[in-house]
Each structure stands twice: as structure tokens, then as C-alpha cells.
Design a protein around this ligand. Structure first.
Ligand code: SF4
Length: 394
């Protein structure tokens, strides 16, 4: 099994915190899409394993118009044998911003594309927050886009929210969380704002024109997220991700009657599944090798057209593989699978891991999960996940 990521690097304007690769000009879009498909043709058999998910991310994929989306899907889905089972059964996620999701566009997505999961970038329902971070939609647009998508028939919707924003208080964040629950979505990603170099946000903070909630307030907002969402039937399965658990009404106690809305695509990243990323700045991974495409759209197009390499790659050593596994393990509910680790890593790594685990267990930061050989961070551990990763890496 493998996963396919398609990068659409266009945004109408840049949000102040964002360091993802995107471009506000759209002149080259047609050429870009043709090159993206050229890359797909060159690499579609590279992983030699069927794709079980497709994720179209950005940038802002919902800046693609109907013709561009038809072109994309017609070419990507041409060879059905590249995918597991029926196309209708694989998870196909499309990232969208609320301002693009009007009735006609949503209807087109539903009736004319195989997209079966929407990931809507809301970030906040609060008008002041949205203006401050440079989003183009209002809180009302956000609510309307989700309601419309549901009305049109999308039944697997994820929304992105952010805490730790400038001026955000515990109660304003709580309001966002309850607003999100009222929308009856199936998945919520709640990220802590991180300050990346060379963004407008870092400039404004350095100049003292903005300030963030302090560490204690940010931890309170994170705790509040976990409390509110888990009390409302969301499973906290990754540090920033919460999936609705639906119970079959006939037998509410049996595990087999639970339906989970975890993101299958993102779970692949966390389960060490190989993935192919196509488009400018996208990354690919196949256990022993990591490869990343050139970030600049013009360069990407030029190099594909002139048959020059448009990527760099590196072979992963055992140490890098182990450290990657640690960085993912500190974020996920399943944590570290000792059986898998013993099959995959040599003795010095296992010895190192076990020696540190004892210490972390006695401090109540990691616990062994019942009936498995997995170790995962406790709630207290999650608040210190970066520090724990530093202890466990080799
Ligand atoms: S819409 Fe998304 S990708 Fe584009 S600038 Fe804003 S955060 Fe970045």
C-alpha cells in the first residue's frame, strides 16, 4: 500500500504565519499542471505498490477551476490498476478554503470528481483572528462553506483550526471549539501556531507589533482542546488530530460497532507507509530513501520541460530511520511498537530506546499500552513531546 500527494502551490494571498511553498500569481498554472502530469507519468510505478489514498494539498487546491480539476483527475486516474480496489473506495481528500466553496463549485466537486473527503482551512471563526492572520474568509463564510458542503452530500469533512494565535484567550479558543462541534464535522485538526523564520508573523513578533499567548496559556488552550473534543466523541489519535467516533445505534458498547474518521492519508505518514509526492516542493518517501522536488514553480516547469533533474534525494541511514520513527511516535496515539522496532532496528538502538523508556515511564510521561507491545506518551508526556523526542533520538 502507498499514498499519493499532489501539490497545488497557488494561494490568492499569503497568510502571515505560512511558510508552505505557494505562489500568489497564477499565470503559469496551465503549464504547471501539464508538468505535474508529466511527473506523474514518469513516476507512477516508482513505489510499485498500489495507492490507497490521494491527497490534494497546497497552497490552495480550491483555486483550481472546473476545467483544471477535470484535467487533473482524467490523467491521474487513467490507470485504474495503480490504485487499490475501486476508485470510489479509496480516500481522496481535497484541501479547500471557505471563500472558494460556493454552491456551484461544491456541486461540481461532488458530481464531477471522485473527491470524497474535504479538508477545509478555517483556522478560526473569530473575525479579528482571521483579519490578523491574513485569511480571506470570514467566520460566517467558514460556517456557510461547511453547511453547504453537507447539504450537497459531503459526509467526510475535516476542518483546520489554530490555537496560540496572537491575542487569543482561553475563552475565545473555547468558543472556536464549540463552534466547530456544532458543525457536526467528522474530523478536526487543531494545530498550535508555530512561528517559522522569514514569515510576516516572525517579523511582526520581532518588531514587538504582535505578541503570542505565553507558554502556560498555550498549554491551557491545548488541554482545553483535548478535553472539549474528547468529551464530544472525538478520538485524539495524533497530537494535532481528532477523529469523530460514530457508534452504531444497535450496539453502542462493542468496538466493532465503532466507525472512525481518522485521516487514512495522514495516518500513512505516521505508519511509515511509502508515499509519492508530485508537484513543486512535494516530498516522497520509500523507507530507505527520501526525495524532494525543487520548490520554485518556474524552475520546476523549466526542468521538467528540458528533461533535467527537478529533485534532490538522500538515502536514509538506520540512525535517520530510527530518529524519524521517534519523531512520529511521540505524536501518535499508538506511539512506539516495540515488536516492529525489534524487527527493524539493530541492538544499539533498541538498548538506547529501552533505557530511556524506563526513566520516562517512572516519571509518568510514557506508558505501555494494554494488550500490545506499544509505548505511547501519556497526557502529561504530550505536553512535553519535543523534549521527550530529544531524549529518545539516537
Ligand atoms: S492558504 Fe494555506 S498555504 Fe496558502 S498562504 Fe495561507 S496557510 Fe499558506
Amino acid at each position: 500500500m502507498s499514498a499519493l500527494y499532489i501539490h497545488i502551490p497557488y494561494c490568492k494571498q499569503r497568510c502571515i504565519y505560512c511558510d508552505f511553498y505557494s505562489n500568489a500569481t497564477r499565470e503559469s498554472k496551465k503549464e504547471y499542471l501539464q508538468c505535474l502530469i508529466e511527473e506523474w507519468e514518469q513516476r507512477k510505478y516508482e513505489l510499485n505498490q498500489p495507492f490507497q489514498t490521494i491527497y490534494i494539498g497546497g497552497g490552495t487546491p480550491s483555486t483550481l477551476n472546473e476545467e483544471e480539476l477535470e484535467f487533473l483527475f482524467k490523467n491521474i486516474l487513467k490507470d485504474k490498476d495503480l490504485f487499490t480496489g475501486n476508485i470510489e473506495e479509496i480516500e481522496i481528500t481535497f484541501e479547500a478554503n471557505p471563500e472558494n466553496l460556493n454552491r456551484d463549485y461544491l456541486k461540481f466537486l461532488k458530481d464531477n470528481t471522485p473527491i470524497n473527503r474535504l479538508s477545509i482551512g478555517i483556522q478560526s471563526f473569530d473575525e479579528d483572528d482571521l483579519k490578523l492572520i491574513g485569511r480571506r474568509h470570514s467566520g460566517k463564510d467558514a460556517v456557510k462553506s461547511v453547511n453547504l458542503a453537507q447539504e450537497i452530500g459531503f459526509d467526510n469533512i475535516s476542518i483546520d483550526l489554530m490555537f496560540g494565535l496572537p491575542n487569543m484567550t482561553e475563552s475565545s479558543w473555547q468558543k472556536n471549539l464549540y463552534q466547530a462541534i456544532m458543525l457536526n464535522v467528522q474530523h478536526i485538526s487543531a494545530y498550535q501556531l508555530s512561528v517559522e523564520d522569514k514569515t510576516m508573523l516572525s517579523t511582526l513578533l520581532n518588531k514587538g507589533k504582535l505578541s503570542l499567548p505565553n507558554e502556560e496559556q498555550q498549554i491551557k488552550q491545548f488541554k482545553e482542546t483535548i478535553n472539549v473534543l474528547t468529551e464530544n466523541h472525538f478520538e485524539h489519535y495524533e497530537i494535532s488530530n481528532y477523529a469523530l467516533i460514530e457508534l452504531n445505534s444497535t450496539n453502542k458498547t462493542s468496538e466493532s460497532n465503532k466507525k472512525s474518521y481518522r485521516s487514512k492519508h495522514n495516518s500513512s505518514y505516521w505508519q511509515n507507509v511509502p508515499y509519492l509526492g508530485i508537484g513543486a516542493s512535494s516530498h516522497s518517501y520509500c523507507i530507505t530513501e527520501r526525495r524532494w522536488n525543487i520548490s520554485d514553480i518556474k524552475q520546476y516547469v523549466h526542468k521538467i520541460k528540458t528533461n533535467q533533474p527537478y529533485w534532490e534525494k538522500e538515502t536514509l541511514s538506520e540512525k535517520e530511520h530510527y530518529n524519524e520513527y521517534i519523531l512520529v511516535g511521540v505524536r501518535t496515539k499508538e506511539g512506539f511498537d516495540l515488536d516492529y522496532m525489534q524487527k527493524t532496528f539493530s541492538e544499539p538502538y533498541i538498548k538506547h530506546f529501552l533505557s530511556k523508556i524506563d526513566e520516562l515511564q517512572s516519571e509518568g510521561l510514557i506508558e505501555k499500552q494494554a494488550s500490545t507491545n506499544n509505548y505511547a506518551l501519556t497526557l502529561n508526556g504530550l505536553f512535553l513531546s519535543n523534549q521527550i523526542a530529544l531524549i529518545l533520538i539516537y
